[in-house]
Design a protein around this ligand. Structure first.
Ligand code: IPD
Ligand code: CA
Ligand code: CA
Length: 283
């Protein structure tokens, strides 16, 4: 991990509120994790589960944010969509529990992801891992932090030395054949590939330099929003499979340190044309 031992600057007030919301959600998640067998779980679609914990965590986040910012719009995975439209000035983009399948199995890799979009730009980001009590934060222009330490993306220069994170299409299996070709191409080039199962935490790991790069197709804005700001503030790049700027709502993401980003785009962009459809419901 690339870190600097600088104390974290005073938090932006909006980030302070987002951190409070993320920690409250983390408490809900940790309580739920004590007895997974008691949880009520329903299915939203093929292999797409939601538990009462996802919903309670989202309610805690929305309540905390709205207590301070009652006029801000919300775009949250479990259905809270208050006033979120293209014209909204402030939109909180929330995944209350990213990695629900892991959570339901007691596999300790999941997180809370909260981002603020201001006039179309992500300006605040929190990713909170309640298992490790790891808090990743960023405010645009002020760097990225893990707890109280500044983080930076890795410095590796060659894909063959790199540890790369990913996520595969597991829901309806569409695009699986193309994905397997991408996976093969990357496996032959990189030092190692990991698929832990929480895209938001994967992006935080790129910012912290644990991974040198990450890619996935079929993501939603709540998977990507907070992690994308962490990476940019840690000195990395985020784009779609062509390296362009449609990654937040387009579902296709490559994120890496700048040198590795270019190499990943070169390797993966040819497969983008074979993927359908072009948006986030791909998995
Ligand atoms: C999922 C996780 C997973 C990714 C999926 C996401 P959820 O989020 O981030 O790693 O591969 O595309 O939908 O449903 O657990 O919030
Ligand atoms: Ca998610
Ligand atoms: Ca989720």
């Amino acid at each position: 991990m690339q870190v600097e031992c600088s104390a974290m600057a005073i938090l932006h007030p909006m980030l302070t509120t987002a951190v409070k919301a993320a920690r409250r959600a983390g408490n809900v998640i940790n309580r739920g994790a004590r007895d997974l067998d008691l949880l009520t779980v329903t299915t939203k679609g093929p292999k797409d589960y939601v538990s009462e914990v996802d919903r309670a965590a989202e309610a805690a986040i929305v309540e905390t944010l709205h207590a301070t910012y009652p006029n801000h719009a919300i775009l949250a995975e479990e259905g809270t969509a208050q006033g979120a439209n293209a014209a909204a000035e402030h939109v909180w983009i929330i995944d209350p529990l990213d990695g629900t399948t892991n959570f339901l199995h007691g596999f300790p890799q999941y997180c809370v992801s909260i981002a603020l979009q201001h006039k179309g730009q992500i300006t605040q980001a929190v990713i909170y891992d309640p298992v490790r009590n790891d808090l990743f934060t960023a405010t645009r222009g002020r760097g990225a932090f893990l707890n109280d330490r500044r983080i930076r993306v890795s410095r590796r220069q060659h894909l063959k030395e790199c540890l790369i994170g990913t996520g595969f299409p597991f829901r309806d299996g569409s695009n699986l054949d193309v994905y397997i070709r991408m996976f093969k191409a990357m496996t032959l080039e990189a030092a190692g590939i990991r698929r832990p199962g929480s895209a938001a935490l994967d992006l935080a790991y790129v910012a912290a330099g644990y991974y040198d790069g990450f890619w996935e197709v079929g993501l939603n804005p709540w998977d990507v929003a907070a992690g994308s700001l962490l990476i940019v503030e840690a000195g990395g790049l985020v784009g779609d499979l062509d390296g362009e700027g449609t990654y937040l709502y387009g579902g296709r993401v490559i994120a890496a340190n700048p040198r590795i980003f270019a190499q990943m785009v070169k390797l993966l962009s040819p497969y983008g044309r074979a993927l359908t459809p072009a948006h986030a419901t791909e998995t």
